[in-house]
Design a protein around this ligand. Structure first.
Ligand SMILES: [Zn+2]
Length: 483
């Protein structure tokens, strides 16, 4: 479900329905307080009850119908627009690649010819998800938009069941503290209003600076290029390395924020790193926006309203550009604590931190898309790393997948590309719901109801002080020593 449609519906829910529901609730309370007229066997109370009951039913039905219509119409308009724009962009890219190939063939620029060919392949791969979007729209047209209504109903039922689960769990956890119980229910809009817990998050994009290095020596970036640890032309996006495994680069000359060209890098190398001064980011800002938007939207499925702030952090050296040995606890925490500034005692767990990095390498040589250190009282450093590559339509779900891990979700039981917590290494890509999900239901991967329950188990059992301040004791700081 697109974030914008979700937000429109929530706006209506907040401004129109919440006051109405509260008003009905107040009436119900008044009704209860009314004195019984004994001469007619409390008839005044009965009428009051019946009236309130009818009001409740009518409000509920009107609310559901409005939400459904607004959401379904918004979603259809949104999906058609997105499909049309994506198609125009895809066609323009492909035409551009072909023209580049022809031009390079005429001018005999073999390097750029090879790059244009790789770009063409990557752009052709992007057509896959686009084709699925159009197929889904075609199915929706043949069936008079029924999938949109069904998709909405499924979401509404799942949210209703998740709310009930949370209500039971909170009732048990705060059985002796009705004040906190009510405060939390209000805060997360458990009974009415736009449901979800507002949870702070910081997105960090790491970058390298061409001048940074040891004093008296050449800049680190130049040394790495000369030592064969990276290729500056590929890092800055001027040359294409791998067809798909490359980020959407952002690099610019610091003076005037101008794009970098081949001559700049030639000059930089020739001058021993003193030439053009530039910065390169792990991925560009629009890629970050895309990932954050998906994370905000999908987070709602598990009752989380992630509130993102953005920042950038400079990194330097091989292990910072290609974070190693991710399955060894210490080294991953070393990056999180020393570069991202995460607390060793876990005292910052109530603010999620997501670091966008250039690359990561597993001890077995694989380059994972992301990984997360989940808070546990015994290993309290928390945070996640993720990177960009192509196709963007798949990679845009990596951030929210890692956020799922942040709230304790695992891969187990997530077979199928239709699940956000799917792992290409641990799960099978196939599930029976797959075809149905992409052609009929939402057209996108999703969190399951069980995911939502597990997230709330973690929130209430492990970090309840992140839901509301002052109701649960925070664990005593237990710093782990990083060596
Ligand atoms: Zn994972």
């Amino acid at each position: 479900m697109a974030l914008i449609c979700r937000e429109v519906v929530e706006q209506i829910e907040e401004t129109v329905w919440e006051p109405v529901e509260e008003w009905v609730e107040r009436r119900e309370k008044k009704c209860k307080k009314k004195k019984c007229k004994k001469w007619c066997l409390c008839c005044n109370k009965w009428f009051c009850w019946i009236e309130t009951f009818l009001e409740k039913v009518i409000t509920w039905v009107a609310k559901q119908v409005t939400k459904l219509v607004v959401r379904a119409v918004c979603q259809i308009v949104h999906d058609v627009l997105v499909a049309v724009i994506d198609t125009i962009v895809a066609a323009a890219n492909i035409v551009f690649d072909i023209l580049r190939i022809l031009w390079n063939a005429i001018t005999l620029d073999w390097q750029d010819l090879k790059d244009a060919w790789k770009d063409l392949l990557a752009d052709l791969v992007d057509l896959g998800p686009l084709l699925v979007k159009w197929l889904r729209l075609a199915v929706a047209v043949w069936t008079f938009g029924i999938p949109y209504i069904l998709g909405y109903l499924r979401d509404a039922v799942n949210e209703y069941r998740l709310r009930n689960y949370i209500r039971d769990k909170l009732d048990k956890h705060y059985a002796d503290n009705s004040e906190c119980l009510e405060a939390i229910k209000d805060k997360i809009h458990l009974d009415h209003g736009p449901f979800g817990l507002e949870f702070d998050a910081t997105s960090v994009r790491t970058f390298v600076d061409s001048r940074t290095g040891p004093s008296g020596g050449p800049p680190t970036l130049l040394a790495m290029h000369q030592g064969g640890q990276l290729d500056l032309y590929e890092l800055t996006g001027l040359n294409v390395g791998n067809v798909l495994d490359r980020p959407r680069v952002e690099g610019y000359l610091i003076e005037g924020e101008l794009p970098i060209d081949n001559e700049d890098i030639d000059e930089y190398i020739a001058s021993g790193g003193m030439g053009p001064h530039f910065k390169v980011f792990a991925f560009d800002r629009s890629a970050e926006t895309q990932k954050i938007t998906v994370a905000k939207d999908k987070g709602r499925q598990v009752g989380l309203k992630l509130q993102w702030e953005r920042t950038t952090v400079e990194v330097e050296g091989v292990t910072r550009l290609n974070v190693p040995s991710v399955n060894l606890g210490t080294s991953r925490n070393e990056f999180l604590t020393n570069v991202i500034g995460r607390a060793t005692d876990g005292s910052d767990v109530c603010r999620l931190a997501a670091a966008g990095v250039f690359n990561m390498t597993h001890t077995d040589g694989r380059n994972p898309f992301g990984w997360t250190s989940t808070f546990m009282p015994t290993s309290p450093v928390s945070g996640l790393l993720h990177r960009d590559r192509r196709p963007a339509e798949f990679m845009k779900y990596v951030l929210i997948h890692e956020c799922g891990h942040y709230f304790s979700l695992a891969h187990e039981g997530h077979d199928g590309l239709d699940k956000i917590m799917f792992s290409p290494v641990e799960n099978s890509w196939w599930s029976w719901n797959l075809i149905l999900e992409f052609l009929v239901w939402s057209g996108e991967p999703r969190f399951t109801l069980d995911d939502g329950k597990k997230v709330w188990d973690f929130l209430i059992d492990t970090i309840p002080y992140c839901i509301i301040e002052g109701c649960d004791e925070r664990p005593q700081p237990n710093p782990t020593v990083i060596t």
